[in-house]
Design a protein around this ligand. Structure first.
Ligand SMILES: [Zn+2]
Length: 257
């Protein structure tokens, strides 16, 4: 498995006023604004994964864990399951199958147009069967695609396989509509895979995403724990504190869909 561990520029040059600015942005959120958090590329129980889970338990905020099936083993699950405690805060669900790119050109995708529907459906079914066999009742039938995107046939396959919702990124619904009533609980804030080389630009863009998300009525925050450093953990801690201090924000959990 290949997981990028590059730290985005903003986490290498933390803005001293970032936490204040974030709190001011949350103050503008109308009551009833929804918020949820989703962690991608989960399966291997390393130190960063444990720290991330600890923070969500400390603040008692739900976290949606997108697990790559090919990377999970029984012993890895035993550890993750132990770390999750008895709080029922973690919504374990499927993140592709092997997290590999099958597109010959253009943007990366495990479930894009360069494979047959049968091949894509078989991979999703294989991944789900593996997660169910290892996690039993802790598995929930939601699908987060690697790179936040898939093609129209994948949407059909997910419906046929009985998935209850998907989670992509903001804007995908316009590009690839979903069949039937399959909802997309999309993310619109990217904490750790930011590409701005200038940290000031990175901070402005990140905080701008929180502002724009609030205007839509739902903040969906994506995490990549392998790419977190101390500054990123500190900011996440503040973010969870600010969110929990606002009791009129709705902490969304896919499980209640
Ligand atoms: Zn991923």
């Amino acid at each position: 498995m290949i997981v990028k561990t590059t730290i985005s520029s903003l986490w290498l040059a933390p803005a001293p006023d970032a936490e204040e600015r974030l709190a001011a942005i949350f103050d503008t959120a109308p009551g009833g604004t929804e918020i949820f958090f989703r962690a991608d590329d989960v399966a291997v129980p390393g130190d960063n994964c444990r720290e991330m889970m600890k923070l969500f338990r400390k603040h008692q905020v739900p976290l949606h864990m997108a697990v790559t099936p090919a990377w999970l083993t029984k012993s890895r699950w035993t550890t993750l399951s132990k770390w999750s405690g008895n709080d029922d805060l973690f919504c374990w669900h499927q993140h592709g199958w092997r997290h590999v790119n099958h597109q010959k050109t253009g943007k990366k995708g495990e479930f894009g147009t360069d494979r047959t529907k049968a091949a894509k459906k078989a991979d999703i079914a294989k991944g789900r069967a593996k997660l169910e066999a290892i996690m039993n009742d802790d598995f929930h039938p939601f699908f987060t695609p690697p790179w936040n995107r898939f093609d129209i046939e994948t949407g059909e396959a997910l419906t046929e396989l009985g998935f209850k919702a998907v989670s992509r990124s903001d804007g995908e619904m316009k590009k690839v509509p979903l069949p039937g009533k399959l909802p997309d609980i999309f993310i619109n804030v990217d904490l750790h895979t930011r590409t701005e080389t200038n940290p000031v630009e990175g901070w402005n863009a990140l905080l701008g995403e929180f502002e724009a998300a609030i205007k839509t009525g739902r903040i969906g925050v994506m995490l990549h724990h392998q790419r977190m450093n101390g500054a990123a953990f500190k900011f996440l801690d503040t973010c969870l504190l600010v969110a929990t201090n606002r009791s009129d924000l709705q902490k969304v959990c896919f499980k209640s869909l």
